[in-house]
Design a protein around this ligand. Structure first.
Ligand SMILES: *Cc1c(COP(=O)(O)O)cnc(C)c1O
Length: 381
């Protein structure tokens, strides 16, 4: 294997060997009975994780492409959409919506705070013509969990379609798509589903399809248009479920990981992240770090940690790569230099990774001349 930096990043994460092995299988045709069996099993595993009966499509591209696809396929220029924004990825939703000429109503919260349902009630009352709301479930930019279930209740009552960026939450925390009435839910394999990047996953509710069909224009071209994917799923679905050549090895790798997750069970998979985040919060707290987000709305898959006066965040991150072959994440945008982010995805949630990380941060602090007793980070975890 080539030189490897252990990933403690907010995504992607280090994945299991059997997931990597699937990438080395011979290339398959993306059609025919052999493929249909793999494809159908993968979609069925995703339905279990999404807890939905909705259509699910696999579209090669990053998660952002599928968010772009969904917003552009449902809404027409001039229509109103409420856009949740409390960090980097919420801002991206705003940019996508602006790109389609939608009338965007910003639903904001300060960086490091969760979106506030009272604010949404106000916005919904002021904008009865809003056709949809788009928001991020786990805002990876700040490591805040937004109160998605409460938000969906308000949005549903107001008749809005609900478009969710669940790229870094699906599989990491409970997200029952049908129970919460989520119309579009986008994720990728390379965060809490613990597989490799290369495709996106989108679920589409009957209400979302109604909007697609009622849309005045055709959407936007051919590839990132939900209609194109439905045409093939319906028309050719029994043998060739997608309009283009699928990255079959990436799907095989994801199937391996999804099987593993369902084998241990969703609750155990969620519990693993809770354990890892609590260990990192406690461990870094033991050696003088402060967490960026209070426990009440901190994400269990990524932990945001505040910068300290004794050194720059960039010094710590560079030292970890150079001296210990470990990569954590910095802050994005305005938070650059103010926080760093420790991901717990894949192998990073394992005890040996956690201990390795905490020991290494201790060593960095000692290298900076701070008095930190060896092993003190591990007390109580
Ligand atoms: C990682 C991430 C994205 C970006 O995903 P891409 O696959 O790089 O487009 C979007 N939203 C959230 C919340 C993320 O964590």
């Amino acid at each position: 294997m080539q030189y490897h930096v252990k990933l403690f990043t907010p995504g992607p994460g280090d994945v299991d060997e059997d997931v990597l092995d699937a990438m080395a299988e011979p290339v398959l045709r993306h059609y025919g009975p052999e493929w249909m069996e793999i494809y159908n099993e993968t979609i069925s595993l995703l339905r279990d994780i999404y807890q939905t009966q909705n259509d699910i499509y696999l579209v090669q591209g990053p998660g952002s492409a599928l968010l772009d696809m969904a917003i552009g396929s449902l809404l027409s220029p001039g229509e109103k959409i409420i856009v949740g924004q409390n960090g980097f990825f919420g801002e991206r939703l705003q940019i996508i919506a602006d790109g389609y000429g939608l009338k965007t109503i910003p639903f904001t919260a300060p960086l490091g705070k969760a979106l506030d349902t009272n604010e949404l009630r106000k916005l919904a009352a002021q904008n009865p013509d809003a056709r949809a709301i788009a928001l991020v479930h786990h805002e990876t930019g700040t490591t805040v969990m937004n109160p998605l279930q409460d938000i969906t209740e308000i949005a549903r009552q107001a008749g809005m379609a609900i478009i969710v960026d669940a790229v870094s939450s699906m599989g990491g925390v409970a997200l029952p798509v049908d129970e919460w009435g989520i119309d579009i839910c986008v994720t990728t394999p390379n965060k809490c589903l613990e597989a490799v990047p290369g495709i996106g996953i989108v679920s589409i509710s009957p209400k979302a399809w109604e909007m697609v069909d009622a849309k005045k224009d055709n959407g936007h071209g051919w590839y990132l248009n939900l209609k194109t994917w439905r045409e093939f799923a319906v028309g050719w679905g029994s043998w060739h479920p997608s309009p283009v050549t699928m990255p079959t090895n990436i799907v095989l790798a994801m199937r391996t990981s999804l099987r593993n997750i369902m084998h241990v069970g969703l609750e155990a998979h969620y519990a693993k992240y809770r354990y890892a985040s609590q260990a990192i919060r406690k461990g870094l707290g033991n050696i003088g770090f402060e967490m960026f987000i209070p426990d009440a709305y901190a994400a269990p898959m990524v932990t945001g940690v505040k910068a300290r006066p004794e050194f720059e965040v960039s010094e710590l991150l560079k030292w970890l790569v150079a001296e210990r072959d470990m990569a954590a994440g910095g802050g994005l945008g305005e938070l650059s230099g103010k926080i760093f982010r420790v991901g717990h995805l894949g192998k990073a949630s394992r005890r040996e990774y956690l201990i390795d990380f905490l020991f290494s941060v201790e060593e960095f602090l000692r290298a900076k001349g701070l008095k930190v007793a060896e092993g003190s980070s591990l007390i109580g975890i």
